[in-house]
Design a protein around this ligand. Structure first.
Ligand SMILES: Nc1ncnc2c1ncn2[C@@H]1O[C@H](COP(=O)(O)OP(=O)(O)OP(=O)(O)O)[C@@H](O)[C@H]1O
Ligand SMILES: [Mg+2]
Length: 445
């Protein structure tokens, strides 16, 4: 246990906690930028959370305050806030509430011993950015910033955050520092260019993979091996922590934008949903205008059953058609009973390819707020044939829940186009390979 830890722990009734030794240098570093990147499950988030709780509980760092940032403010609740709460409970055990005050809605944390605070923000829109600009703390300054899943942010977001870390400290032990944690999703990402490619005395770089994480379970190793077999490009990024390649990407016709949220702006609006529990349940609101597709908003959650997801969609307009994974008729029924116009999307040989083909023929605009959809769509790639190394015409079957929701959600528009082509004699047997299995599948045409 290091000096910092024992000092913090002396104020409560601590448990013995362990840190992954590969992060030791990162935790000791005082440079302005601490960049922790690499594969999934390497222990980055848990390490950063524990590191901050130990430091913020330590009287040596009195006057320090931490701002945690995700692109979408709400994502903090299930990521940074949850990790930090877990760290508090792991470190201080049952007596944690004597040391830390935990408040949700809005999420905030305060160390009762040092007075140090942790606040949570997003930078999705101007409102949220204004909230970041106006952050003040009753004692001390903004000292540290943790940007989790930093590849979701724009370079301009980071600059605004960087600007907030300024001023003198009364306590000589304090220093400004921004910590970025992320998976290296794309070799073209600005983070690589700005923080990784150009060596700088201000930047501490740290790379890790699940193989460096001594606490990861055997199941996780197996999962990575499965991914290696089924999605090698994904394994390179999330397993080996290598920068993602652009090759094999399915959707290059994508623009991230501020997408109009009023349904009246579009020729039509529909919903697409892929059900999930262990993997994500993805629900998208999609618009079509002048032949282009717009992704307006998303609900993207794991470990929630349908009744919980239905609650999350309480303010969604129920008059719109919703196309769902037809393999789950019970869940479709639940949504129908909740008042949504839910039905199963057509499935059958060639249907995925047909859906993707249709989407490739137009521009897809994704609202900046749909961070999970952006994450998927910018990595959605064709499966590689393991023997020939050639891309197949099947998408890799990984991290594709929002992509399935997108494919399902455009069904009506796609089929309308197909019927038009059929009538005009441009195609003869468009539905030849589609084998609708249930009546609800065809009734939407
Ligand atoms: N210090 C630790 N003590 C105990 N378990 C740990 C520790 N660090 C990591 N783990 C285990 O490893 C898992 C993965 O860690 P973590 O979520 O921090 O990885 P990550 O690098 O942030 O992954 P991702 O890139 O997917 O966000 C944790 O859920 C936890 O089970
Ligand atoms: Mg993480």
């Amino acid at each position: 246990m290091n000096e910092q830890a024992s000092r913090a722990l002396s104020v409560g009734k601590p448990r013995k906690i362990t840190l992954n030794s590969c992060f030791k240098a990162a935790n000791e570093c005082k440079l302005r930028y601490r960049v922790l990147y690499g594969g999934a499950g390497s222990g980055k988030s848990m390490n950063v959370a524990r590191d901050y709780i130990l430091k913020l509980s330590d009287p040596k760092y009195k006057g320090a305050n931490l701002l945690c940032v995700r692109k979408s403010e709400n994502s903090n609740a299930t990521s940074t806030f949850a990790e930090l709460c877990k760290a508090i409970k792991d470190i201080f055990g049952r007596g944690y509430s004597k040391i830390w005050e935990i408040k949700s809605a809005p999420c905030r944390l305060r160390c009762k011993v040092t007075g140090n605070k942790i606040v949570f923000r997003g930078c999705n829109d101007l409102n949220q950015i204004e909230k970041i600009k106006s952050i003040t703390f009753s004692s001390g300054n903004l000292t540290w910033i943790w940007v989790e899943e930093a590849t979701e942010l724009l370079q301009s977001d980071i600059e605004i955050l960087d600007d907030r870390m300024r001023g003198q400290f009364d306590n000589p032990n304090l220093y400004h520092q921004m910590t970025l944690t992320f998976n290296p999703v794309s070799a073209r990402h600005w983070i690589k260019r700005v923080f990784v490619d150009v060596p700088s005395d201000d930047v501490f770089l740290h790379h890790s993979t699940y193989l460096d994480n001594k606490f990861i379970d055997a199941e996780y190793h197996k999962r990575m091996l499965r991914r290696k077999e089924s999605d090698f490009e994904g394994y390179r990024i999330y397993g080996l922590g290598e920068w993602g390649e652009m090759s094999g990407l399915i959707f290059k016709n994508v623009a991230i934008a501020d997408v109009a949220q009023e349904f009246s702006h579009y020729d039509d609006v529909a919903y697409g949903q892929d059900f999930g529990f262990n993997h994500a349940n993805a629900l998208l609101a999609l618009g079509i205008k002048d032949g282009n597709v717009y992704i307006l908003k998303e609900i993207y959650v794991t470990e929630k059953d349908s009744s919980e997801v239905i609650k999350l969609a309480a303010d969604w307009d129920k008059s719109r058609l919703m196309f769902c994974d037809s393999a789950e008729p019970d869940r479709i029924q639940m949504w129908s009973r909740a008042g949504f116009r839910a039905s199963g999307a057509l499935k059958g040989a060639g249907s995925v390819k047909a859906q993707i083909d249709w989407l490739l023929q137009r521009k897809i605009y994704v609202d900046r707020g749909c961070v999970n959809t952006i994450n998927e769509i910018t990595q959605y790639r064709w499966e590689k044939d393991r023997l020939t190394g050639e891309y197949t015409d099947e998408p890799a079957n990984f991290n594709d829940d929002a992509m399935a929701a997108l494919r399902y959600g455009v069904q009506l528009w796609r089929l309308r186009d197909s019927v038009g082509k059929l009538r005009r004699g441009e195609v003869k047997y468009h539905f030849k390979s589609l084998e609708p299995k249930r009546e609800t599948d065809v009734s939407v045409i």
